[in-house]
Design a protein around this ligand. Structure first.
Ligand SMILES: Nc1nc2c(ncn2[C@@H]2O[C@H](COP(=O)(O)OP(=O)(O)OP(=O)(O)O)[C@@H](O)[C@H]2O)c(=O)[nH]1
Ligand SMILES: [Mg+2]
Length: 317
């Protein structure tokens, strides 16, 4: 496909176009991407997550500068939560990362979260594939963690950076939401504000409650890094902590497993997505479903029995 050839050569407009087409689920683009799957580069995937307004975009922007200084091309997928907790993140991302707007070695893409998580994860993966094809490495995925979503979204990354701030409310909420379980690096941003000390104690406590790794797997102790992202303070330490985690994954031959698990989850999500779609569009499966539903409503079959029989009728049960 010509478009993807142009993406591969780093053509910015082609990248933007391919991302739009992939995000909208355009079949030819997705098929072309799929045909390249085995040969796609596997850039380092860094997740940056945390409560709304914690400074994730500011931190990401500062990290971009560090990676650029090493000559790396950096891709960013920023997921706009459109949640009641945070407004205008899309604009925020653009503003926060605008320092890199004229740099062809940086590509920032904001995506809206619409509908179910399954759809979002799939779109994010596709976007990351486009950026991988274009040669960006690392690819940073910024997501707002406001519930359980950050736990799922952590699966999108090799290394997950959890960003918290001393402002009491959100940190406590984040610690409760189990965000510590997915953290590979913990950042206390806005440590120019009061309460960083106290937060660090709370984080240490929460980290102690992390489950042990499976037998035979080495323990990773997430480093806690204090930053003032808006002033560029602590960024180098954050960069080093991410690199350190990468080395840990490499040394213990865990990277391939992380990647394989991610692709497995992606497969699972897509199966569910395709099944849902199958039931939605006009055709044999949907008609069969309606027939069974009718029998349920007439009291002839229990919902469970009907669901089983439907799958059997479709030869997938
Ligand atoms: N005082 C202080 N303010 C900061 C720091 N880092 C970021 N900010 C400010 O915090 C606000 C939010 O920063 P963002 O980077 O947009 O935060 P975010 O987590 O990406 O926000 P969402 O994507 O909307 O959830 C901005 O006004 C930043 O300038 C910091 O270290 N100290
Ligand atoms: Mg942001």
């Amino acid at each position: 496909m010509e478009l993807l050839d142009n993406v591969k050569s780093g053509d910015t407009r082609a990248i933007a176009r391919a991302l739009t087409l992939a995000e909208s689920g355009e079949p030819d683009t997705l098929a072309a991407l799929d045909s390249l799957y085995g040969g796609l580069p596997r850039p380092q995937r860094i997740g940056v997550t945390g409560p709304p307004g914690a400074g994730k975009s500011t931190l990401t922007s500062a990290l971009i500068s560090e990676y650029r200084a090493t000559g790396a091309k950096v891709g960013v997928v920023a997921i706009d939560p459109t949640s009641p907790f945070s407004g205008g993140a899309l604009l925020g991302d653009r503003l926060r990362m605008s320092a890199h707007a004229m740099d062809a070695g940086v590509f920032v893409r904001s995506m809206a979260t619409r509908g179910q998580f399954g759809g979002l994860a799939a779109s994010t993966e596709d976007a990351c594939d486009v950026l991988a094809l274009a040669g960006f490495d690392p690819v940073i995925v910024e997501t707002v963690g406001v519930g359980q979503s950050e736990v799922d979204i952590a699966k999108l990354a090799d290394t997950t950076v959890v960003v918290l701030t001393p402002s009491a409310g959100d940190s406590v909420q984040a610690l409760k939401a189990g965000i510590m379980e997915v953290a590979d690096v913990v950042v206390i941003n806005k440590s120019d504000q009061a309460g960083a000390e106290r937060l660090e104690e709370d984080i240490k406590e929460a980290l102690e409650l992390r489950p042990m790794p499976p037998a035979g797997q080495p323990m990773w102790q997430p480093p806690i890094v204090r930053t003032v992202a808006s002033e560029g303070k602590g960024i180098r330490q954050c960069f080093d902590a991410i690199a350190h985690h990468r080395t840990h994954l490499r040394q213990h031959a865990l990277l391939a497993g992380v990647h394989a698990r991610r692709q497995g989850e992606r497969f699972d999500d897509l199966v569910m997505q395709l099944l849902r779609e199958l039931m939605r569009v006009e055709g044999v499966p949907k008609r069969a479903a309606q027939t069974f539903k009718q029998r349920v409503s007439e009291g002839e079959l229990s919902p469970r029995e009907a669901a089983r029989q439907l799958l059997a009728a479709l030869k997938i049960g």
